[in-house]
Write a protein that binds this ligand. Structure first.
Ligand code: FES
Length: 82
């Protein structure tokens, strides 16, 4: 199994490469017709969501991010007394 890599493209989509499945909220997988890489819309303007259709360029979407360390996960909540 290949590692899945997700790249946040400057001013553009999330590029997903490797082994992955994209599902709708009911768990049904999209038929990606053999694609091993795909771009997911990050700007919210695609007419083909969740996939990028290039609309980010037309609307001038701007978002450049650098990798960073996230805050620690919150401690698990204690179970309610029974
Ligand atoms: S990121 Fe490309 S259309 Fe939204």
């Amino acid at each position: 199994m290949r590692e899945t890599k997700i790249t946040v493209r400057p001013n553009g989509p999330l590029r997903v490469e490797g082994d992955f499945t994209i599902c709708d909220p009911e768990g049904n997988a999209f038929d990606l017709a053999g694609r091993t890489a795909i771009s997911l819309c990050r700007c919210g303007q695609s007419q083909d969501k969740p996939f990028c259709d290039g609309s980010h360029k037309r609307v001038g979407f701007e978002s450049v991010v650098k990798a960073r360390q996230l805050a620690a996960l919150p401690a698990p909540k204690p179970l309610p007394a029974s």
